[in-house]
Design a protein around this ligand. Structure first.
Ligand code: AMP
Length: 224
C-alpha cells in the first residue's frame, strides 16, 4: 500500500491538490479536517471532543487523531494507498503513523510540502468557500464559481468555514509553525521530503508536484 503525505500551512492548497492527486494516482484522499468536521456535524462523541479545539484553531489531541487514522487504515487496508491531507500534524502523530504503517505493511513513499507565504495564506482563506454537498473548494478571486455562492457541480449553496476568520487563521498559522513545521525536518532526515512552491494556479502547482514526484522516482507514470 502506497502512502503519500501533503504537508503545508492551512490554506497552502493541500485539500485541492490532494483531491487531484488522489484521482490521478488512484489513491484514497484522507483529510483529517474533513473527517472531523463531519463528526462535529453528526454530533458524535469524537465530534464533541474535537469541536472546541477546532473553533479555537488549536490541534485536536494526538490520541484521538491516531485512533481515527488507525480505524481508516485498517478498514481500507485493501486499497492501493492513501494521500494524507492535514495529517500528521505533530511529531507524535508522525511517529504513530510510522507504527501504523508497519502494522498494515505499508511504507511512506514521499512527503510533499507546499510552501506559501503567510500573507498569501491569510488572503486565500478569507476568500475561500466550499460546497457542503460535494466538498468542491472555491476562491472568490482565483477560482470563483460560475454563479456566486453556488457550487458548479450540484448548485448547492457554498459555505465558509467558521475557522477561516482572520483571528482564527492567525492562530492556526502560529500552531502550524510551532507543531507542524518541524515535520519537514523530521521527514527530510528520512530522505522523504519534497518541497514544492505552492504559489500560482491550481494546475501549475499540480504540475510541479507531479514533476517533483517523477524526478524522485516514486511516481506511477502510467497514471500521470
Ligand atoms: P484542516 O481542515 O486540515 O485545516 O483542519 C481543521 C482543524 O481540524 C484544525 O485546525 C484542527 O483543529 C483539526 N485537525 C485536523 N487535522 C488534525 C490533525 N491531524 N491533528 C490535530 N488536529 C487536526
Amino acid at each position: 500500500m502506497r502512502l503519500l503525505i501533503l504537508l503545508g500551512a492551512p490554506g497552502s492548497g493541500k485539500g485541492t491538490q490532494a483531491k487531484s492527486l488522489a484521482e490521478r494516482l488512484g489513491l484514497v484522499h484522507l483529510s483529517t479536517g474533513d473527517i472531523l468536521r463531519e463528526e462535529v456535524r453528526r454530533g458524535t462523541q469524537l465530534g464533541n471532543q474535537a469541536n472546541q479545539h477546532m473553533n479555537a484553531g488549536e490541534l485536536v489531541p494526538d490520541d484521538l487523531i491516531l485512533d481515527m487514522i488507525k480505524t481508516k487504515l485498517v478498514f481500507d487496508s485493501m486499497n492501493r494507498g492513501f494521500i494524507f491531507d492535514g495529517f500528521p500534524r505533530t511529531v507524535t502523530q508522525a511517529e504513530g503513523l510510522g507504527w501504523l504503517a508497519d502494522e498494515v505493511g505499508a511504507g511512506i513513499d514521499r512527503v510533499i510540502s507546499l510552501a506559501v507565504d503567510d500573507e498569501v495564506i491569510v488572503g486565500r482563506l478569507s476568500a475561500r468557500s466550499s460546497c457542503g454537498v460535494c466538498g468542491a473548494i472555491y476562491n472568490d478571486v482565483s477560482n470563483p464559481p460560475s454563479r456566486a455562492g453556488f457550487c458548479d457541480n450540484d448548485d448547492a449553496a457554498l459555505i465558509r468555514r467558521s475557522d477561516d476568520s482572520e483571528a482564527v487563521v492567525r492562530n492556526r498559522l502560529t500552531v502550524y509553525y510551532q507543531q507542524t513545521k518541524p515535520l519537514e525536518e523530521y521527514y527530510s532526515r528520512r530522505g522523504l521530503l519534497l518541497k514544492v512552491d505552492g504559489h500560482g494556479t491550481t494546475d501549475q502547482i499540480l504540475t510541479r508536484i507531479l514533476t517533483s514526484l517523477a524526478a524522485s522516482g516514486t511516481n506511477d507514470r502510467t497514471q500521470v
